[in-house]
Design a protein around this ligand. Structure first.
Ligand SMILES: [Ca+2]
Length: 527
């Protein structure tokens, strides 16, 4: 239902209530509903699909995607795609906490993968639950490495400890029994989510569900039917892997580590470091397997949308598809994430608004022809901290006070917002458990990106920073920071970085001491 028609229906409901009832109580009730925007029974459901480590360019609507995702493309054609969507921190737990609450990690406190989400903090699922929603979480939660207890804000909560496995993961059901569910993770979680969708069809309350996929997180194991789906695709190291002369030395040191292209590549290479041309085949196998896991995610999207359609719930459900962070696949000699480079911080975001369409649905979901309607695209820079305010606004529920994010609902409806952010702050803290990335503090504008690598002792940086011109160099292949003609610009971007930190309450800027790039493998239990 479009916003205007929601408003009309609320107004008429209010008027009829006022006429038919002589009691002030009912009028007050109606006023309360009007104040929060939407009557409870008119609130849309929320299906939030969260993948893990999915790159922005692995959804079919992105022209360069090698991965075909017809079901997801359909959502984008009937809804919209955000072309410049970013995480505030390219790391699972900090990003997931930002998605739930609308805060940067320095404020919510989950600054690494081993910290619990503080239950005292509010989240959009908690706010929806208070507003009468039935709420559910199925799948990978990944805040608190060994905790599979029920978390606040969820009526149903099925998860597991740690990363889970692609096959036969042991799930914990609503804080009760733990049971291995045999089968492929993506399908198993989809079974749970689909059952929930069907159970709610005749319910009298709106619902909100997060589906937390393991895919496409390492160690990549595609479903058997997709094991060879990309065997025909040549996957060389990207050119930027060999252009490290103008970057700080830690780039080169990283190449031979757990997070570098010459390292073990998770488990795809048995002997390393391997700088040989033949060694690139292990890299190619890794990337193909990563892509393969995404095909199953797309099947899952198709199943859930079909269940919504079959139960008559599709048009009153807000669907959001996104990931917690991106992933480097060889760019700058790196695999994994954590840095502020585009493949790491940029993530997919596809949204289908309830009863709002940018185009008529296509007849066949696998139609990728030129005639297929183009999705509406939001170009403004959005971020993981914007989910909480956006979802609550679309659901007509009061916002959470004091958060960093902003609602993109207006942007999603096709309006521009001249006051929208034109610069975005990015932060990552050095991890002793994964010592392959320095501290990172960055600012990204629509054209430029400045990345600083502070040591953590408040002294001068010991690593050279990066300056990329995203307009002429979207692959960030040329570090311009030493260009004398850009010295003033660097000064302005440094000032903008500090302005954002002040605005976000990130000063004083506390971070770990950078102990350098390590060559040791991470502990096997946390890989
Ligand atoms: Ca992740």
């Amino acid at each position: 239902m479009a916003r205007s028609s929601i408003a009309v229906s609320i107004r008429s409901r209010f008027v009829s209530l006022r006429r038919s009832s002589s009691t002030a109580t009912l009028v007050h009730l109606a006023l309360a509903c009007f104040a929060c925007g939407v009557a409870a029974q008119d609130r849309p459901n929320v299906l939030f699909i969260l993948t893990d480590d999915q790159r922005w360019d692995t959804v079919g609507l992105e022209p360069q995607s090698v991965v075909a995702t017809p079901h997801l493309d359909r959502l984008g054609r009937e809804g919209l795609r955000f072309a410049n969507h970013f995480c505030t921190t390219s790391l699972c737990s900090p990003s997931r906490a930002s998605i739930l609450t609308g805060l940067y990690p320095h404020a919510h406190g989950v600054r690494d993968n081993f910290t619990e989400y503080p239950e005292s903090l509010d989240t959009w699922p908690k706010a929806l639950q208070r507003a009468g929603y039935r709420t559910a979480y199925f799948g990978k939660y990944h805040m608190g490495e060994v905790n599979d207890e029920v978390r606040g804000g969820f009526d149903r909560f099925v998860t597991h400890r740690g990363q889970g496995k692609y096959f036969d993961t042991e799930f914990r059901f609503d804080g009760g029994e733990r049971r291995v569910v045999s089968g492929y993770y993506t399908s198993v979680v989809t079974d749970m989510a689909e059952a929930f969708v069907r159970e709610q069809a005749d319910g009298d309350r709106p619902w909100a569900m997060i589906v937390g996929h393991k895919a496409p997180h390492s160690f990549y194991v595609p479903e058997p039917k997709y094991e060879h789906a990309f065997d025909h695709v040549n996957v060389p190291y990207p050119p930027s892997a060999f252009e490290l002369d103008d970057n700080a030395a830690w780039y080169r040191h990283r190449t031979a580590t757990w997070h570098g292209i010459y390292g073990p590549l998770f488990d795809f290479r048995k002997e390393w470091p391997d700088r040989s041309a033949e060694g690139a085949e292990a890299f190619a196998r890794m990337v193909r397997s990563y892509w393969g896991t995404i095909l199953s995610v797309d099947d899952s999207v198709g199943r859930l949308v079909a269940a919504l359609e079959q139960t008559g719930q599709l048009e009153r459900t807000l669907i959001i598809f996104t990931s917690d962070n991106g992933l480097l696949e060889g760019e700058h000699g790196m695999i994994d994430k954590r840095t502020a480079h585009e493949p790491s911080m940029r993530i997919p975001l596809i949204v289908r608004l309830p009863q709002v369409r940018s185009a008529e649905p296509t007849e066949r979901v696998d139609d990728r022809s030129a005639e297929a309607p183009r999705p509406r695209v939001v170009e403004r820079m959005t971020s993981t901290v914007d989910f909480a305010p956006s979802i609550l606004e679309i659901c007509g529920v009061a916002p959470i006070d004091g958060i960093h994010g902003r609602s993109w609902h207006r942007l999603a409806l096709g309006h521009d917002d001249p006051a929208w952010r034109t610069s975005l702050y990015y932060a990552y803290d050095y991890e002793r458990q994964f010592p392959y990335t320095p501290n990172v503090r960055a600012v990204r504008t629509e054209r430029w990106k400045l990345i600083r690598y502070p040591h953590g002792d408040s002294g001068p940086d010991r690593h050279k920073g990066d300056l990329f011109d995203l307009a002429s160099d979207p692959e960030e292949r040329r570090n311009r920071i030493d260009d004398p003609e850009l010295a003033d610009l660097v000064g302005e971007l440094d000032a903008e970085l500090q302005r954002l930190q002040r605005q976000l309450g990130a000063l004083p800027d506390r971070m770990p001491i950078d102990e350098g790039i390590g060559t040791e493998l991470p502990d096997a239990s946390i890989r």
